[in-house]
Design a protein around this ligand. Structure first.
Ligand SMILES: [Zn+2]
Ligand SMILES: [Zn+2]
Length: 339
């Protein structure tokens, strides 16, 4: 008897979920214009006004084949999965139609991504209002990364209007939803007394929380608290061990800073050879500052014999990573090379 009741209940629940799913489909199909999966344009139905693609046409992310049916005729991937892969591919131009398509269906990650388009002005015109609207919709879905992104924008204030109080709320909500970096921001707000009363001990706790939740740079902030004696008794040894933990966890900033410490003798005994090891790790993690430091070390022969060819190569990498100050030495050394 009980079993029967349970199975009836399950059947009813299943039916309900099916009904609500199809209702959702209908809303997105009838209420909104369709989004072309080839060009990302909105059109009322039939064929895309912009590129002429017939309704439902999509391109498989994996094999590039165009399909009309819900599964790829070559590899069998579903349209939905292919669209998700495309939206997450990291190439702004390629991802755009998929992002628009998913955002129109209220997908939180896609709404967040769409806000990024409105911010960068790539494809879509720059629009703070539209970006904020996208982020708000994504937040309504309780999507943690949207709260983090919204908080960051409100904190920076160079695109959306600066609003630290609202930013703080966003960071709190994102942290609740398990976004590690949000706890780091909370740490900064308490350390600097932004909107809240300055509380170094609390800042320290937030940094620790963020580090434990997987934000490697947060161990660096924790190390800084120990090095400066903020919220805790000053302890250089502990500070260095936290810097090393940050470096191990993949913080480029921490590797770079440890390189700097070894090169200058700050916090640790001077050791140029060791400094180069840290700089190389940081450079591999994308630190332009470390690329520059390596270039200078190679040119001047710090911790190694001078090596102009190697210096030239690091200056070039640093310039490509955005270091303006690498351009002049790059020109100077390449002229020497030409002689
Ligand atoms: Zn189109
Ligand atoms: Zn395929």
């Amino acid at each position: 008897m009980i079993r029967k009741t349970i199975s009836l209940l399950l059947a009813a629940l299943l039916l309900l979920s099916l009904l609500s799913a199809s209702a959702e489909e209908e809303v997105s199909a009838a209420g909104e214009n369709r989004i072309c999966l080839l060009c990302g344009s909105e059109y009322p139905g039939g064929a895309c006004d912009a590129c002429g693609a017939v309704e439902g046409l999509w391109e498989c992310f994996d094999c590039g084949i165009r399909n009309c049916l819900p599964a790829c005729s070559s590899c069998g991937i579903s349209r939905q999965d292919s669209v998700r892969k495309t939206a997450a591919c990291g190439n702004l131009l390629l991802a755009y139609p998929a992002v628009r398509y998913l955002a129109a269906r209220q997908d939180a990650a896609a709404l967040c991504a769409l806000a990024g388009y409105y911010r960068s002005g790539v494809i879509l015109p720059r629009s703070p209002e539209s970006a904020a609207a996208c982020l708000e919709q994504a937040c309504e879905k309780n999507y943690g990364p949207a709260f983090l992104e919204y908080g960051r924008e409100l904190d920076r204030g160079d695109f959306l209007e600066k609003d630290p109080r609202h930013a703080l709320d966003c960071f709190l909500r994102a942290a609740e939803l398990g976004v590690a970096e949000a706890s780091w921001y909370l740490g900064v707000y308490y350390a600097e007394g932004v909107v809240v009363t300055r509380d170094d001990a609390r800042a320290l706790e937030y940094y620790r929380l963020a580090g434990e939740a997987g934000d490697p740079d947060s161990w660096m902030s924790l190390a800084w608290c120990y090095a400066e004696g903020r919220g805790v008794e000053r302890n250089i040894e502990t500070a260095v061990s936290w810097y090393e933990k940050a470096a191990e966890a993949g913080s480029a900033m921490a590797c770079d800073y440890l390189g700097y410490c070894c090169m200058t003798g700050e916090l640790v005994p001077r050791d140029p050879a060791k400094a180069l090891e840290w700089y190389e790790k940081a450079a591999a993690l994308g630190s332009a500052r470390s690329m520059m430091a390596l270039a200078v070390a190679c040119e001047k022969g710090e911790g190694m014999e001078p090596d102009p060819a190697q210096a030239l190569s690091w200056y070039e990498k640093a310039a490509l990573a955005g270091r303006q100050d690498a351009l002049e030495p790059l020109r100077r050394l390449s002229e020497k090379e030409d002689d």
